[in-house]
Design a binder for this molecule. Structure first.
Ligand code: FAD
Length: 302
């Protein structure tokens, strides 16, 4: 790893952070040390970085805004790549071309400025464009699958190609990328519709109000923990009905405001959060004979 990092620095690939706490890079505000986080300056430098990762046979992971990740408390020894520098945006009529590192919340605001409708759902999603495409993030019966026209990716053999919406295989909180984790999202082309600025603004304000009212946004979390099961009430309702709302393990707590959120109520470890998630999952399985699917991704637990 030392030789690799030296070569990364010598090649001017971009900023390199070493031995930093993942709690600063995840919305749960937990996680152990990361050996390194590398911020390639542009797509060319990302390609160079991937060549070096291959040369040294290292493992890597792309880090978006860390709003859907639960890293363990252990040290993460692989390479983390942050695409914060891929944050260009170009709006041509109703088409938006945007870098993978761009913030979804900012993107929703930019669309509003141009009276473009279709991104209202994104105004409360604290992720990046790359993370949102990976997850097919969505809300209010809409998601990335409705607006993504194509995505520019870096393939495992380091070619840059475009994948169309159809190829991206978008379904409820799932996409092509979850089965092909060696593809890197570089840029997305979105197609929106023209709308009325005032009504777009009203929809966004009303949803913001609803989120503030129903979600524990004053505590660190990673949004909804479980997917809603088919043919049953929403996960939050099931958790509330079995009496787990407000339950704590260490610093982790089932939110008293919204039972499908687990919050870091103060000083939680990643272990606290994971064991609370598993406890809730087991309890629901005992009561309803259904295993709730975790929407968040556990990293570095094996
Ligand atoms: C308060 C709160 C509210 C939320 N509300 C919602 C909601 O309404 N709807 C919803 O769907 N989600 C919601 N979330 C969850 C989360 O914000 C989304 O899943 C988001 O899309 C994750 O984006 P990210 O950039 O943080 O990705 P990360 O969490 O950093 O990463 C998620 C996955 O994407 C991969 N990835 C990231 N970028 C790339 C890339 N460029 N190329 C390839 N892979 C990549 C990562 O490796 C990882 O596997 C919420 C979270 C919070 C904290």
């Amino acid at each position: 790893m030392m030789d690799f990092l030296e070569e990364v620095i010598k090649s001017g690939i971009g900023k390199v952070e070493q031995d930093v706490f993942l709690s600063h890079y995840t919305t749960y505000k937990v996680g152990g040390l990361a050996r390194c986080i590398i911020y390639p300056k542009n797509v060319g430098k990302l390609v160079e970085l991937m060549h070096l990762i291959k040369k040294y046979s290292l493992q890597y992971k792309i880090l978006g805004n860390g709003s859907n990740l639960l890293f363990s408390d252990r040290k993460y020894e692989n390479v983390l790549i942050h695409l914060g520098n891929l944050n260009q945006i170009e709006i041509i009529r109703n088409k938006i071309i945007v870098g993978a590192g761009y913030s979804m919340i900012r993107l929703a605001r930019e669309a509003l400025k141009k009276s473009l409708t279709g991104l209202e759902f994104a105004a409360g999603i604290p992720g990046t464009v790359g993370g949102a495409i990976f997850m097919n993030a969505g809300a209010y019966k809409s998601d990335m699958g409705y607006i993504v026209q194509s995505v520019k990716v870096l393939t495992p053999d380091l070619k840059i190609i475009d994948l169309t919406n159809l190829e991206l295989d978008f379904h409820y909180r799932s996409s092509f990328f979850q089965k092909h984790t060696d593809y890197i999202i570089i840029e997305a082309t979105l197609r929106l519709k023209y709308g009325k600025k005032k009504s777009i603004e009203e929809v966004m304000a009303e949803r913001r109000r609803r989120r503030m009212e129903t979600q524990p946004l004053d505590f660190p979390s990673a949004g909804s923990v479980f997917r809603n099961p088919e043919g049953l009430p929403a996960a939050g309702k099931l958790i509330e009905d079995v009496g787990l709302k407000g339950l704590s393990k260490g610093g982790a707590r089932v939110s008293p405001k919204h039972a499908n959120f687990i919050i870091n109520a103060g000083g939680a470890s990643a272990d606290d959060i994971k064991s609370l998630i598993e406890f809730v999952q087991d309890t629901i399985e005992k009561h309803y004979h259904v295993k709730l699917k975790v929407e968040q991704e556990f990293v570095n637990w094996e």
